[in-house]
Ligand binder design. Structure first.
Ligand SMILES: *[C@@H]1O[C@H](CO)[C@@H](O)[C@H](O)[C@H]1NC(C)=O
Ligand SMILES: *[C@@H]1O[C@H](CO)[C@@H](O)[C@H](O)[C@H]1NC(C)=O
Length: 199
């Protein structure tokens, strides 16, 4: 009897130690300094939820990604975002989408998404894209020219860019009708429902 109790106790302790080694999920924000002062505390990331019984189709819906953004700005590109601000039903689901339009020789300058892997599909035109690996892999540039229908992945946390090289005849033809034909669609997997995140 005593032996069984000891075994049970041992099994429980062993289980407890396994649980102690479990890690937290990856954070949804860069920093979150703990405070005991509830009055001046702020919420973590995301938004408060509405009663799930009151959810409607419109909570999961967005209209207008067929419309090109205006690329008349210094970088020559425009990002149309579809995240929790546009679709409240995306809250906490860890995914969002964007459409990017590029003027001829426009670019989406090098940037990172600390918590998102990105997968991009070219709908029109010719795009030079790439990312740079971390120190572990000698900061190597991995880049490629993409054409209509091509798909490319930018791994989480790595600096990446897109540049509209559009130098062939078709591309120039498309340029004359810009910005419409210079669109590409660009969906981000793993991007949490951050309210402050910009592409
Ligand atoms: C992107 O396009 C939209 C729609 O035309 C426009 O309202 C917005 O100002 C543009 N943003 C930039 C940064 O040019
Ligand atoms: C990185 O560079 C070092 C020094 O040149 C080399 O020994 C190593 O094999 C390189 N690593 C990769 C992943 O290319």
């Amino acid at each position: 009897m005593k032996g069984a109790q000891f075994l049970l106790g041992f099994a429980f302790l062993a289980l407890a130690s396994v649980l102690a080694y479990a890690s937290d999920p990856s954070p949804l924000q860069d920093i979150c300094v703990a405070t005991d002062d509830l009055k001046n505390g702020v919420f973590v990331n995301g938004k408060f939820c509405k009663d799930p019984k009151k959810a409607k189709a419109k909570d999961f819906f967005y209209k207008g990604l067929n419309k090109p953004g205006n690329t008349a700005n210094p970088v020559g590109s425009n990002v149309t975002t579809v995240n929790v601000e546009q679709i409240p039903g995306l809250n906490t689901l860890g995914i969002s989408a964007v459409r990017i339009d590029y003027a001829p020789y426009g670019q989406n300058p090098p940037h990172i998404h600390p918590r998102a892997t990105e997968i991009l599909t070219v709908l029109e035109g010719t795009l030079y894209v790439g990312f740079v690996t971390s120190n572990q892999l000698n900061n190597t540039l991995i880049a490629k020219v993409l054409k209509k229908g091509d798909v490319f992945v930018f791994p989480v946390g790595l600096i990446h860019f897109q540049f509209n090289i559009g130098k062939n005849k078709c591309s120039r033809h498309c340029c004359s009708k810009q910005p419409e034909p210079w669109c590409d669609y660009h969906s981000k997997l793993g991007l949490r429902s951050q309210t402050t995140h910009q592409s």
